[in-house]
Design a binder for this molecule. Structure first.
Ligand SMILES: [Zn+2]
Length: 477
């Protein structure tokens, strides 16, 4: 995902306070399309609805409140954990209370990776406990741990230059400075197998993120079939830099790693689905959603509790205003995005027969920060519609349309049936400081930003679900 460093405070909370209750908003008739100068003819009739959804989002504090309840009550929600299943049951009950239609849990079998106890320490020439987190899907060490000389490399090229002679029997640390997530994360996902091919017995990784407060970042690794599976963990940026400085003074470093990480038997989980059934074409679907599972650190408030709550809130706002679009609005809270994607694949398979009627799929999984607009992947004719619809979001500044959009959970729909996909794009300047760390808690997020994001999703999804014409798409592959 492309991340841009754009600073913008939320405009929504600076709008003048309007002493209007949500029920009053619902009762008010849409103004005629005329007072929307400059809007494309197709979206002009939605100017009034968009304004009412934005006002309702601002007055309805429940997105932040609901996210706080989710994260305080259930904590983190790793696949296979009881907390994820309890959170799913709670969210299903709340969706029913919201008056959404057809609320159901669609079963998905998910992997159960368990971290267990873990530690890493520099043991020579000085003792120093490293701030570490095992990487998701990693194997563990023997109970007594692994102790070996540490080899530090900047990138894969340096690793290859060392070759087996420099790596065999040692622990490799990838000390790779963070540039973008896309560029740097490849060391997390493939570094262990690359080091293992040269004979390394464990892998450490400088956390994938900018410098934080000595916070290690977890995340998934992927073992290659042709390499031994070695234990892998990330360490705080500060610890990686200290190890490098010690090494550059000519010292030989020894590190001990202990990890109980393991897979247990697969567990039963679910995708949670709720709808507002369309009034004219109920079989045509505009999907919005995020993933309810998280890593087992922090409380998954940002990744991706916020995305779940905002997309869910979008339907709630539509319902609160008494609106029923032409097509069906469907919110899906996916399971197992972080370490398996089995929720997304199960959704694709279960709904295979109706994918050609998925008009668009919008995922929010970039943090609940001030919305800037949407990423979009689809044909040019559809992009024009999306761009026009986003202009309705000028009051909250979410009008930008990025070159590509979607997300891990909706990408299988695009691949299988050319479903046009969108992502809610936000000011991501702070996202990777907290991503997959103990610091991913609700304190990172504001009620104003959650309200703005909910409004942005509500307006875009409602317009796509209600336009007389379906969003254009290329024919299925
Ligand atoms: Zn996520």
């Amino acid at each position: 995902m492309v991340r841009r460093r754009v600073r913008r405070s939320s405009i929504l909370h600076r709008l003048p306070a309007l002493a209007v209750c949500v029920a009053c908003l619902a009762a008010r008739a849409d103004p005629p399309p005329a007072p929307a100068p400059g809007l494309a003819a197709a979206v002009a009739p939605y100017a009034g609805v968009a304004r009412r959804l934005i006002e309702a989002a601002r007055q309805e504090p429940s997105a932040w409140t609901r996210l706080a309840e989710l994260t305080d009550t259930f904590g983190h929600r790793l696949s296979g954990s009881e907390s994820l299943e309890a959170a799913l049951r709670w969210a299903a009950g709340e969706m029913k209370k919201d008056g959404l239609d057809n609320v159901r849990l669609e079963p998905v079998t998910v992997p159960r990776w368990v971290r267990g106890r873990e530690s890493a320490a520099l043991v020579a020439p000085v003792r120093h406990e490293l701030a570490m987190l095992g990487l998701g899907n990693s194997v563990g060490t023997p109970p007594e741990g692994i102790e070996a000389e540490l080899v530090i490399v900047r990138d894969f090229d340096e690793l290859q230059r060392l070759g087996p002679a420099g790596v065999k029997g040692r622990i490799v640390l990838f000390d790779v400075p963070f540039t973008t997530y896309g560029e740097t994360v490849v060391y997390r996902s493939t570094g262990a197998s690359r080091a293992a091919r040269l004979g390394a017995i464990a892998m450490l990784l400088r956390s994938v993120g900018p410098i934080g407060l000595r916070t290690p970042h977890t995340g998934a690794l992927r073992y290659a079939d042709d390499a031994p599976k070695i234990p892998a963990a990330s360490i705080a940026v500060e610890d990686a830099q200290r190890l490098r400085r010690l090494r550059e003074r000519g010292l030989t470093l020894r590190v001990r790693l202990r990890m109980q990480a393991r897979f247990e038997a697969d567990a039963l989980s679910a995708n949670l689905v709720g709808e507002i059934v369309g009034r004219e074409a109920p079989h045509e679907i505009v999907l919005v959603g995020g993933h309810l599972d998280s890593w087992d650190v922090g409380t998954g408030a940002m990744d991706d509790g916020g995305g779940c709550v905002m997309t869910w809130q979008a339907l709630r706002l539509v319902r609160r205003l008494g609106l029923r679009p032409r097509r069906t609005l469907r919110v899906v809270l996916f399971t197992n995005e972080e370490n398996g994607l089995r929720g997304a694949l199960a959704y694709r398979d279960r709904h295979a027969a109706e994918l050609s009627d998925h008009v668009a799929a919008l995922e929010s999984d970039s943090g609940a920060f001030p919305p800037l607009g949407f990423g979009f992947s689809g044909v040019d004719a559809a992009r024009t519609v999306i761009r026009d619809a986003a202009r309705l979001l000028e009051p909250i500044g979410a009008t930008r349309i990025g070159e590509s959009g979607g997300g891990a959970d909706v990408s299988p729909l695009a691949a299988a049936a050319s479903v046009p996909t969108l992502s809610l794009d936000v000011d991501g300047a702070r996202y990777f400081i907290y991503h997959h760390t103990q610091a991913d808690t609700i304190e990172r997020l504001s009620a104003e930003d959650l309200a703005s994001g909910s409004a942005a999703v509500a307006v875009m999804a409602y317009v796509l679900a209600d336009l007389p014409q379906r969003l254009p798409r290329r024919s299925a592959p």
